[in-house]
Design a protein around this ligand. Structure first.
Ligand SMILES: Nc1nc2c(ncn2[C@@H]2O[C@H](COP(=O)(O)OP(=O)(O)OP(=O)(O)O)[C@@H](O)[C@H]2O)c(=O)[nH]1
Ligand SMILES: [Mg+2]
Length: 229
């Protein structure tokens, strides 16, 4: 089975090389597509130095648009399994093998990496982020009719069927909830596996903060449910 990794990257010159190295070390078979989301730094140059394929947005379009570009591109490359993996060193390459297992075994169409399944993973998450994720996951489950534990995780895997079913219209961070909503809507089998996520000072400050959380709720609610359905 051909596995293609989609790595969204926006101004990640400090971490992109190490993220790619962690990916290759933990999952040597990886074929990687970096989607450079209009970065103004050396993200693109550094990714090319690691010998991966890079797709570039001319302007910054946000995480949702970036994932959409990456998933389409992976499907064109005839991927059987598509994995999304962040460029800010939050994810660990060796989690990928576990993540794709339920798809390989045909038990699931999509697998979400969850930071809420093991106590030691949860303890890594700053308290505010923990509350925000918990709240957004409750909201997402309510709208999507799902029962997942971590709707905002950036480490995910899709089989071809679920990747093709996704139609992403949420451009920014609201895409994570939208993906869950779409998977639920098309009756895709979802599984979760425990993953590790690392937080440095930068991601504690930047990240999906409270304002971002409100925008996520607004995005998914308005764009998905009200305007489209
Ligand atoms: N912030 C941001 N990230 C983007 C954008 N487009 C693509 N990305 C990438 O999407 C991935 C996730 O973004 P993060 O800002 O780390 O989101 P997060 O992991 O939910 O938040 P943190 O927990 O604070 O790290 C990273 O690999 C980014 O480089 C964008 O427009 N803004
Ligand atoms: Mg991050």
């Amino acid at each position: 089975m051909k596995v293609v990794i989609v790595m969204p990257a926006y101004n990640e010159e400090k971490t992109i090389r190490q993220s790619l190295q962690s990916l290759k070390k933990g999952f040597p078979k990886a074929e990687v597509i970096v989607v450079n989301d209009g970065s103004s730094d050396k993200t693109e140059e550094f990714a090319l130095k690691e010998g991966v394929f890079v797709a570039t947005h001319v302007i910054n379009r946000g995480l949702g648009a970036t994932l959409a570009t990456g998933i389409q591109s992976a499907l064109r490359k005839k991927a059987d399994i598509i994995v999304t993996f962040d460029a800010d060193l939050q994810h660990v390459g060796k989690d990928i093998e576990n993540l794709i297992e339920p798809i390989k075994k045909k038990r699931a169409n999509a697998v979400l990496g969850s930071r809420f399944l093991r106590k030691e993973d949860l303890e890594m998450m700053p308290p505010v982020t923990r509350f925000g994720n918990w709240f957004l996951t409750g909201f997402t489950n309510f709208l999507a009719g799902t029962k997942i534990t971590d709707s905002q995780s950036g480490l995910r895997a899709f089989d071809k069927k679920s990747a093709k079913a996704l139609s992403i219209v949420c451009d920014r961070y609201d895409v994570s909830s939208e993906i869950v909503y779409e998977l639920g809507r098309y009756g895709m089998k979802i599984e979760e596996v425990p993953i590790k996520a690392l937080y440095d000072e930068r991601s504690k400050k930047k990240g999906t903060n409270v304002r971002e959380g409100v925008k996520i709720m607004y995005g998914i609610f308005l764009k998905r449910l009200w305007l489209r359905k």
